[in-house]
Design a protein around this ligand. Structure first.
Ligand SMILES: [Zn+2]
Length: 141
């Protein structure tokens, strides 16, 4: 049965970004800034998306939960045809894209100012690129 509070209490750096929406550190990879988007859908499913590419099963497994912990308790004879796969909206993906664009912009500005990029900067930029690529795949799904 889905319980967003159990999930959130197992995660680090949880931040509420809107009604039923959160970001957090992904427990499934060495995450430095929150890659994990969490959303509670209208029909009580918990949607997880690691923009660095972790599978949902890996993410729940890393905190000792299973996929069934993301699903609401269904009444007997529940109509599977109505069980649509939850997705992030275009505007939520756009917010993420904007965030990653800012990271890239900061890197570009450092270079334009004749400053070196630190290894951490380069890591952030590489990550921003892979998240943008992941967003592109998600939008064209
Ligand atoms: Zn991850």
């Amino acid at each position: 049965m889905s319980d967003i509070n159990t999930l959130l209490s197992s995660l680090d750096k949880v931040k509420n970004t809107g009604p039923g929406k959160y970001i957090a550190i992904c427990p499934s990879h060495a995450d430095r800034r929150p890659s994990l988007s969490i959303k509670l859908t209208d029909d009580d499913k918990i949607l997880l998306k690691c923009w660095a590419g972790c599978q949902v099963t890996e993410i729940v497994g890393a905190i000792g939960l299973t996929l069934s912990d993301l699903m609401p308790e269904k009444p007997q004879g529940y109509d599977r045809a109505h069980a649509r796969v939850p997705r992030f909206s275009k505007s939520e993906m756009f917010d993420r894209l904007l965030h990653e664009s800012i990271i890239l912009g900061l890197g570009i500005r450092r270079l334009l100012n004749g400053k070196e990029l630190s290894p951490a900067d380069i890591q952030s930029i590489n990550k921003a690129e892979s998240i943008i690529d992941e967003l592109r795949k998600e939008v064209s799904r």
